[in-house]
Design a protein. Structure first.
Length: 132
């Protein structure tokens, strides 16, 4: 059986993870908004008649970056919701049983998915920052 101390520790991990995810969401949203402003600036320059090829490449690169960051922010938002729900579940579990095992399984799934997302983020970073 799973002890109440383990459930309490997992609840603490969940609320910590929730805080980290909210911080990451805040940073990602600010990066997306900065890139959106940059994209608007490039779009305005093109509308004014600038036909520079590098400007169009920058605009394309910026739009790809925004799409990727939006995708990451959705996934991190999903993880933060699951973490908060995990914290609430750890708060509600009073007895050992199938609910406790389900809680531990959900916790492991969150951390496996987060590891996958971290690997995917590093891959995107290395691919996006590669100098040609």
């Amino acid at each position: 059986m799973i002890s109440s101390i383990v459930i309490e520790k997992l609840g603490t991990l969940h609320i910590s993870f929730f805080g980290i995810c909210i911080t990451l969401l805040t940073v990602l949203i600010s990066l997306i908004l900065v890139s959106k402003n940059e994209l608007t600036m490039y779009s305005d320059l093109i509308k004014c008649g600038s036909s520079d090829v590098t400007l169009r490449k920058k605009m394309n690169s910026c739009s790809i970056y925004i799409r990727r960051m939006r995708s990451f922010s959705k996934q991190i938002g999903f993880i933060s919701i699951l973490s908060f729900m995990g914290y609430i579940c750890s708060w509600l579990i009073t007895e050992n049983g199938y609910i406790a095992y389900f809680f531990v399984t959900v916790t492991v799934a969150i951390y496996v998915y987060t590891t996958y997302l971290l690997i995917k983020t590093f891959y995107f970073f290395w691919k996006f920052t590669k100098i040609k």
